[in-house]
Design a binder for this molecule. Structure first.
Ligand SMILES: [Zn+2]
Length: 134
């Protein structure tokens, strides 16, 4: 750790550099905390726009005990969410597929199934136990 003497003897340039590094570290830690909290969410794609950040996410439905899909580690989606700041608070809002299409945000394929394009979303309709893979 830095002692107060080391800080007093450091040049302004050094301190500026240090501050940038500390802020980056704090930002990382805050992010890690948030990721832990939202472990039921998997972000597939992120799009920065003037209206906020749009993210395609795979989500757990919240019925892990009853849902075979979530139980087997698979998630539902991809769903599009918009994240934006208002009154210095972070808000999120579900965006319908129709609106997503209007925004030109193509629904990404469901991860891990290895199929291409929209074909991958067919796996949404196949019961997990019907699959012999993984
Ligand atoms: Zn589920």
């Amino acid at each position: 750790m830095l002692t107060s003497t080391q800080i007093e003897n450091a040049t302004t340039e050094d301190l500026e550099r240090l501050r940038v590094r500390i802020e980056a570290e704090l930002e990382d830690r805050r992010g890690a905390k948030e990721r832990d909290h939202e472990s039921a969410v998997e972000v597939l794609e992120s799009h920065e726009t003037s209206a906020g950040t749009f993210q395609w996410q795979m989500r757990e439905c919240g019925h892990k005990e009853r849902c075979n899909k979530c139980k087997s580690g698979k998630r539902h989606g991809p769903y599009l969410y918009r994240f934006y700041y208002r009154d210095r608070k972070r808000h999120s809002e579900y965006t319908s597929l129709k609106k997503a299409r209007a925004l030109g945000l193509e629904r990404p394929p469901v991860p891990r199934y290895g199929a291409v394009g929209s074909v991958a979303s067919l796996s949404d309709f196949i019961h997990p136990s019907a699959r012999s893979c993984t």
